[in-house]
Design a protein around this ligand. Structure first.
Ligand code: PMP
Length: 370
C-alpha cells in the first residue's frame, strides 16, 4: 500500500490496477508485436469511446493536452483565417492564443466567470461578424468546472460552413460526446483525466472534413512533429497491425491506453457518463451540506467531472493543505479572476466506481473545513 495521498485533483487522477499493471510492464519496442497490437486496439477503441464514424482518424502522440491543441491549431489554421472561440475561461484563452500564433484573427464570445455563452449569442456573432473558418470550444473548462453543450455549437458550425473543434481534455470519456451523430470535426484530449491513465499522451479524433482541410492547405506545412500528414501513415500502419516509425511512441503508455480504453468500452460509454453524473449529484449534495457553493453559475453548467467550490467566509487557500493533511490531494484555483477564492476536486475515472474513496474525500474536505 502506498502512502501517497488519494489523488482527487482534476487530473492526473487515480488509475485502475489493470492500467497500472500495463504501464509498469518492461518497456516494449515500438515495432514489437505486443506494442503493435496494443496500438491498433487503442486506435479502434478510441473511435468507440469518441462515438466516431469509421471514416474518422484517431491520432495518439506523446505529450500533454497542450500538444494536442497545438497539433489541431497548426493543421487547421492558415494565416488570415477568421476563427470563433467560445470562451469559458483559462483553456479557451490558451487555444485562442495558439490560433493567433498561427496567424488567425480570433473573435472570442465571452461570458462572466462561471457562465458560458449561449448558442443564441454564438449564433448572433456568427451572423453579424462572419464568415469564420472554424469554431473552437472547451467542452469542460477545468479552471471553473463549466461545461458547454457541444451539440448545438456543432449544429451552428455546420450551418455556417465552419469546422467544429472541441477541447475535451477534462471531458472525454466522462461527459457525453457523440462525434458521428453530431458531425463534429475534432475532439482532442489527454490521457490523465477522465480517460483514467497516467499523464503523457495527447489523443484526438479528426473527421474526414478536418483531414481534407489539412490536405488542402496552401501555406507551409505545420512543424513536423505536429503535422497530421507525418502521422497518418503511422496511425494507419498500427491499425493494420504493421510496424511503423516516425517518432518513438511512449510504449508503456500505449499498453496502458489499450487496457484503459478496454475498461471504458466494457463498461459502455453511456453507462460511464451516467456513473459520472450520479457521482457528481451525490458529491454536490455533500458539498451543499458542508455549506460550499459551486463556481458554475447554474446547475446545468456544472460539469460532472470536477467540483469548483468557493471558499466559505473565513476560509482561504490554506484549506487545500489541511485537506491534504487528511490524506486527500485537491487543487487550488486556476482561473486568474478568482484564483484565491475557490478550490477544485476532481471526480473522474476509477474513483467513480469506488464509493469508499469518494466518502474519504468528502470526510477530508469536512475535516479540513474544521
Ligand atoms: N484543456 C483543458 C480543458 C485542460 O483541463 C488541460 C489541462 N488541465 C489542458 C487543456 C492542457 O492539458 P495538459 O496540461 O495535459 O497540457
Amino acid at each position: 500500500m502506498s502512502n501517497a495521498p488519494l489523488l482527487m485533483i482534476p487530473g492526473p487522477v487515480e488509475v485502475s490496477p489493470a492500467v497500472l499493471a500495463a504501464f509498469s510492464a518492461p518497456p516494449p519496442g515500438h515495432t514489437a508485436a505486443p506494442l503493435i497490437e496494443s496500438f491498433g486496439i487503442a486506435l479502434e477503441r478510441m473511435r468507440q469511446v469518441w462515438q466516431a464514424g469509421p471514416e474518422s482518424q484517431p491520432f495518439v502522440l506523446t505529450g500533454g493536452g497542450t500538444v494536442g491543441m497545438d497539433m489541431v491549431t497548426a493543421n487547421l489554421t492558415q494565416p488570415g483565417d477568421r476563427v470563433l472561440v467560445v470562451d469559458t475561461g483559462y483553456f479557451s484563452d490558451r487555444i485562442a492564443e495558439m490560433l493567433r500564433r498561427q496567424g488567425a484573427e480570433v473573435v472570442a464570445v465571452e461570458a462572466a466567470v462561471g457562465e458560458a455563452p449561449s448558442p443564441e449569442e454564438v449564433r448572433s456573432v456568427m451572423t453579424a461578424q462572419g464568415p469564420f473558418q472554424a469554431l473552437y470550444a472547451t467542452h469542460v473548462d477545468t479552471s471553473t468546472g463549466v461545461r458547454v453543450d457541444p451539440e448545438p455549437l456543432t449544429r451552428l458550425a455546420r450551418e455556417h460552413g465552419m469546422l467544429a473543434v472541441f477541447d475535451g481534455v477534462c471531458a472525454t470519456a466522462g461527459e457525453r460526446f457523440a462525434m458521428a451523430e453530431w458531425d463534429a470535426d475534432v475532439y482532442l484530449t489527454a490521457s490523465q483525466k477522465a480517460l483514467g491513465l497516467p499523464p503523457g499522451l495527447a489523443l484526438l479524433v479528426a473527421s474526414s472534413r478536418a483531414l481534407a482541410a489539412r490536405a488542402a492547405r496552401r501555406t507551409p506545412a505545420p512543424p513536423m512533429y505536429l503535422d497530421w500528414e507525418q502521422w497518418l501513415p503511422v496511425m494507419r500502419a498500427y491499425e493494420e497491425r504493421r510496424p511503423s516509425y516516425f517518432s518513438t511512441p511512449a510504449t508503456n503508455l500505449i499498453l496502458a491506453l489499450a487496457v484503459g480504453l478496454g475498461e471504458i468500452v466494457e463498461q459502455g460509454v453511456e453507462a460511464r457518463f451516467a456513473a459520472h453524473a450520479r457521482v457528481a449529484r451525490a458529491l454536490r449534495a455533500a458539498w451543499s451540506e458542508l455549506g460550499l457553493t459551486l463556481v458554475p453559475a447554474r446547475p446545468e453548467l456544472a460539469s460532472n467531472l470536477l467540483s469548483a467550490l468557493r471558499f466559505p467566509a473565513g476560509v482561504d487557500g490554506t484549506l487545500v493543505r489541511r485537506i491534504l493533511d487528511h490524506g486527500v490531494a485537491v487543487a487550488g484555483g486556476l482561473h486568474p479572476a478568482i484564483r484565491n477564492e475557490y478550490f477544485r476536486v476532481g471526480h473522474m475515472g476509477f474513483v467513480t466506481g469506488r464509493p469508499e474513496l469518494l466518502r474519504q474525500t468528502v470526510l477530508a474536505v469536512a475535516a479540513g473545513l474544521g
